[in-house]
Design a protein around this ligand. Structure first.
Ligand SMILES: [Zn+2]
Length: 391
């Protein structure tokens, strides 16, 4: 990969950020195309697989079209059924094109290509997702009942699981406290925080320019998101300390897994017992949903024409009525971030390895911070399996 490719990556991140956060209408197609030309004739290594598929103009043009439409709709708070109706055909088309392009570059399927890029395989991922679901499903069904969570208003209802403490929380103070406890204040110089109630994400748009977008903190779940996005930002900072280019070798799975670990740590070291209890409930509910969503995705990729049926089959396992199967094509943003949702649950599965450290350190979290820093520094060099000794 040459310097031009890295420059284009940052530029794409910057344009994407401006489109989401600042409502700009930057054309992403020309950058994607330039990136594709850059890597088209390079030998395939695992870090290039995703881009060889995603930056192929047949994929990127359609994906950017869906992304532009979707983000405009979110900003304007359009009706979800209408968005789903308008996106349905393009989402099916995108699934099929990703499949075709994966075969063209030598893989048996899109799934196999992405698994290879993460040094994972489907049976490994399914084994862990299924065991997470098995362990949690009964508890989660009870929690869904207890908090009266409905499928139609899932995220809104999760936001209602709340504590008084969360009102008027100052996110700047929380960010500072989190970083200080872990001995990571140095990273904050490079992290810019933007508030926006529609989009939550983290990105890096230049060598010393890391950005996170979060909402005003009003609920426990907002708080959880803040810790999560900050986790991405810490990863982007520490991974690049030795070599700037390491950032470009953080694969989407490892990126998400580490953010989930920070999310758990943030909850554990900053929250009261009562807040923690409720946040643990939210985490169990959400990461069971992401596990189901991932299993659903694996099947949809094989059988996109049965997506509605599969949507009902998987989410009914939560013990609730699923009455809007047409929304499958918006589910987990998978047209935009395909083969990715499984990473959240894989993150939760290894978060315990770090939470256990807290039990032995008597509220001196600097050592934990050191362990997290070294995890971030290794993140661009190792796969999920190797980083967390999973087999
Ligand atoms: Zn994330």
């Amino acid at each position: 990969m040459d310097n031009n490719y890295y420059r284009l990556n940052y530029l794409l991140n910057r344009f994407q950020w401006e489109n989401y956060v600042e409502g700009k209408e930057n054309d992403l197609n020309s950058i994607c195309n330039e990136m594709y030309i850059n890597i088209e004739n390079m030998d395939l290594n695992r870090y290039l697989i995703r881009d060889k598929i995603e930056k192929n103009p047949r994929v990127s043009i359609l994906k950017n079209k869906i992304d532009d439409y979707w983000s405009r709709c979110i900003a304007n708070k359009c009706d979800k059924n209408l968005i789903a109706q308008n996106l349905h055909d393009d989402v099916i088309k995108l699934i099929n094109i990703r499949e075709e392009v994966s075969k063209e570059i030598g893989f048996s399927s899109y799934k196999t290509a992405i698994m290879k890029s993460e040094e994972l395989n489907i049976s490994f991922v399914k084994k862990y997702l299924n065991s997470f679901i098995e362990h949690n499903i009964d508890k989660v069904k009870n929690l869904i009942n207890k908090y009266n969570i409905k499928w139609n208003s899932w995220f809104k209802d999760l936001n209602l699981i709340n504590c008084k403490f969360c009102e008027n929380i100052n996110s700047e103070y929380i960010i500072f406290k989190f970083a200080k406890l872990l001995g990571m204040e140095e990273a904050l110089k490079y992290i810019k925080v933007e508030t926006n109630n529609n989009f939550y994400f983290a990105t890096k748009v230049g060598s010393d320019d890391i950005r996170i977008c979060i909402s005003n903190i009003k609920t426990l779940d907002d708080y959880r998101t803040l810790c999560h996005e900050l986790g991405h930002a810490f990863l982007y900072y520490y991974s690049s300390i030795e070599n700037e280019k390491n950032y470009f070798k953080i694969t989407p799975c490892v990126d998400e897994v580490i953010a989930v670990i920070f999310e758990n740590i943030g909850i554990e070291i900053l929250c009261s017992a009562k807040e923690k209890e409720k946040l643990r409930d939210i985490i169990s509910i959400e990461y069971t949903r992401t596990a189901l969503s991932a299993l659903l995705e694996f099947e949809i990729l094989q059988n996109p024409n049965n997506a509605e049926e599969l949507f009902i089959k998987y989410y009914s396992m939560l013990g609730i009525d699923i009455n809007n199967a047409n929304l499958w094509c918006l589910d987990s943003f998978r047209s935009i971030d395909s083969m990715y949702i499984y990473s959240y649950t894989l993150g939760q599965i290894v978060a315990d390895q770090y939470l256990k450290m807290i039990l032995n350190i008597n509220e001196n979290y600097i050592e934990l911070g050191q362990a997290l820093k070294s995890l971030c520094m290794k993140a661009s060099k190792e796969s999920y399996k190797k980083l967390f000794n999973m087999s």
